[in-house]
Design a protein around this ligand. Structure first.
Ligand SMILES: [Zn+2]
Ligand SMILES: [Zn+2]
Length: 198
């Protein structure tokens, strides 16, 4: 991370809670969504406001951050391709380790490898990777505008929600060939009219 970049609002200040185990700091804040905060089909637009409710607790090794992130993801229905909004309301919890504690932490907890570990750097607690890990895997892979969205007609692409009766006559190609050879007599008028309507 570029140390000279202006502090993002997704960064907490560890000094707010301090190093005395047991101390606690709670904060509600609004942060702008970072770039690419979502999947290919659904994402929170960059710069859009996200609500964060955060509790920081000082523990022996670092700061335990627990919270909720609320935002609105936008995308398109996979069935009818209409735009859709999806409220995001996700809980997260992560331990941020003091740098001087990090090595010890890894020795105690063999499962915690360096990559998964979140460190406090220069008193900064960067929530962005934690929010990504909490939110992105929970976004629906195939979002729909509503559970019973009928989607599009496979024949012509019309929106079936606008026209629930929509259908196409399935004419057996063999009969179609016969009809072409011998135009139907007047007693088959009904069928004839139906064909013209389509
Ligand atoms: Zn739809
Ligand atoms: Zn159609």
């Amino acid at each position: 991370m570029d140390r000279n970049a202006p502090a993002s609002t997704l960064v907490l200040d560890a000094k707010d809670v301090g190093r005395r185990p047991g101390s606690m700091h709670e904060v509600d804040l609004q942060a702008e969504a970072p770039a690419d905060f979502g999947t290919e089909v659904l994402s929170v637009p960059q710069g859009q406001s996200m609500g964060l409710q955060v509790r920081m607790e000082s523990v022996h090794e670092g700061v335990l951050v627990t919270g909720t992130v609320s935002a609105t993801a936008v995308g398109a229905c996979v069935r009818c391709l209409d735009d859709l909004d999806l409220p995001v309301d996700t809980r997260f919890q992560e331990l941020f380790v003091w740098p001087d504690r990090a090595k010890h932490h890894r020795e105690v907890d063999a499962e915690a490898d360096e990559q998964d570990e979140h460190q406090i750097e220069d008193d900064r607690i960067d929530l962005e990777p934690v929010l990504r890990d909490a939110v992105l895997p929970n976004l629906p892979f195939q979002p729909v505008c509503r559970d019973d969205c009928p989607g599009l007609c496979s024949e012509c692409g019309a929106r079936l929600a606008d026209d629930p009766e929509h259908h196409h006559e399935q004419i057996d190609p063999r009969w179609a060939a016969l009809e072409a050879l011998a135009p139907l007599a007047s007693d088959a008028g009904t069928e004839d009219n139906e064909e013209k309507r389509n």
